[in-house]
Design a protein around this ligand. Structure first.
Ligand code: EPU
Length: 422
């Protein structure tokens, strides 16, 4: 429940990156030793992943709420329970990790946010390039190889998930793997840094071409996950949307440049520190309409598209948002319209005519980032906004209501929904 109208003010510390965490946790399966992971976000998707590892017989020890030690030495199964894996997209990384470890995997199709079809053909193509056979014909996805060997992988589309799965499968394979047209997101670099820290030989992560020299000699170690680009972006947009003044700590400003650039174009002030960013709106600001396209990194992140559209609903003039990654990521627009937004969707384009103000209403979090957009809309709106289905938001944002309350937002969790993890 949000009572809108308060300008956000103060400082917020950004948590570890969800999408790096859900790649690094399965990567621990490749290591027969203790991996200590720090700056792990305390979110539902991470808890779910740790449960999946425990079910596979990993030893998981919480040091504090953001630090765990994981020992996968005793893992002896390549069949994770579908009850858990079906609840999240990141579980698809178990395919690459289990293939890398056991040369076999048997998993249920992964879950996650619904943006239209979410094919896995490129994941399968990369496993096959390393010598595995993959079968999807009986409701499960199974893969097996006599021996995984390095190979050449050329992706037909830029895909984060398949790039991560290809890295996970190739790290311990015999020989050299070259991945072309790889995704370049910060969490791909983070996964490569984690694995290299544990003894892997991965070069070129963050560019179009990644080269992996397979090695069986991975060892344990300590690794801190990068700050979450999308959580940071969400608070940046929320600061702008409420015409506030917020300093975000524990960020990598380079990862936020494209988000800063769009905010500045719209008339918002942004300044960068070494590991902080300040976002504020001056009294006499004349906001400007903007156009943007969501694209793979270093383009504007699709996972920030709904939040930026929420801000644009009250910027005078006509702005446009083009979705360049997912087939259908505008389902949340109907919820914004319930709050008085004037938005028309034509295929992958949303045309936003700025209105004076949004009005509080009862709306739904359709998915994780749609939920974040509803929070921003609620904070901007006149009156009270009730957001349901917030379990989506809990999947990916640590202590979100507490962080907003600390910045002066009037936001309250009024009903706690039971969850298999609680
Ligand atoms: N695609 C294919 N074939 C494949 C794989 C992907 O055609 O085998 C297509 C998809 O249909 C899509 C495009 O490639 O059109 C990009 O998909 P990608 O594989 O990059 O997405 P993903 O790995 O499933 C991750 C994030 C998403 C984020 C996208 C894009 C995780 C767990 N999920 O998904 O994050 O939107 O990359 O950046 O890392 C979120 O955090 O809210 C979220 C949805």
């Amino acid at each position: 429940m949000i009572r809108g109208g308060n300008k956000l003010h103060g400082e917020v510390t950004i948590s570890g990156a969800k999408n790096a965490a859900v790649a690094i946790l399965p990567a621990c399966l490749l290591v027969n030793d203790i991996c200590r992971i720090e700056n792990l976000p305390d979110i539902k998707d991470v808890k779910l992943f740790l449960k999946i590892l425990e079910q596979l017989n990993a030893d998981v020890k919480y040091i504090d709420k953001n630090t765990v030690e994981i020992d996968c030495s005793n893992v002896d199964s390549y069949k994770p329970s579908g009850d858990l894996t079906r609840k999240m997209r990141g579980s698809s990384y178990l395919m690459g990790a289990l293939l890398g470890r056991f040369s076999h995997f048997c998993v249920d199709p992964p879950g996650g946010c619904d943006f239209g079809t979410r094919p896995i053909d490129q994941h399968i193509k990369s496993f096959e390039a390393l010598g595995a056979e993959v079968d999807t014909s009986r409701g499960m996805i199974t893969g097996s190889a006599d021996k995984l060997r390095g190979g050449n992988i050329f992706f037909d589309v830029v895909t984060v998930g398949a790039t991560i799965n290809a890295i996970l499968a190739a790290v311990c394979a015999d020989g050299m793997t070259i991945i072309d047209n790889a995704a370049k997101e910060p969490h791909i670099v983070d996964l490569a840094n984690f694995l290299n820290n544990m003894g892997a030989n991965i070069r070129g992560a963050g560019t179009d071409t990644i080269k992996i020299k397979g090695t069986k000699d991975l060892h344990g170690g300590t690794y801190a996950i990068i700050p979450d680009q999308i959580e940071a972006g969400t608070f940046m947009v929320a600061a702008a949307a409420t015409r506030g003044d917020v300093i975000l700590n524990n960020v990598i400003p380079r990862h936020l440049e494209i988000i800063s650039a769009k905010l500045i174009e719209a008339g918002v002030k942004v300044s960068e520190g070494e590991d902080s960013v300040r976002v504020w709106v001056e009294e006499d600001t004349k906001f400007r309409r903007i156009n943007f396209s969501a694209l793979p990194y270093p383009g504007f992140p699709t996972d920030m598209q709904p939040q930026l559209v929420a801000l644009l609903t009250t910027i005078p003039g006509t702005s446009t948002a083009r979705e360049g990654v997912w087939e259908n990521r505008f389902r949340y627009v109907n919820e914004l319209k319930r709050m008085g937004a004037n938005i028309r969707v034509e295929g992958k384009l949303a045309i936003i005519d700025g209105v004076d103000k949004l009005i509080g209403a009862q709306v739904k979090a359709n998915d994780l980032r749609a939920g974040a957009a509803m929070i921003i809309a609620g904070l901007m709106a006149d009156g009270t906004t009730e957001i349901t289905d917030i379990y989506h938001i809990d999947r990916g944002y640590e202590n979100f209501e507490e962080k907003f309350v600390n910045l002066g937002g009037d936001i309250q969790r009024v009903q706690v929904v039971d969850d298999i993890l609680d």
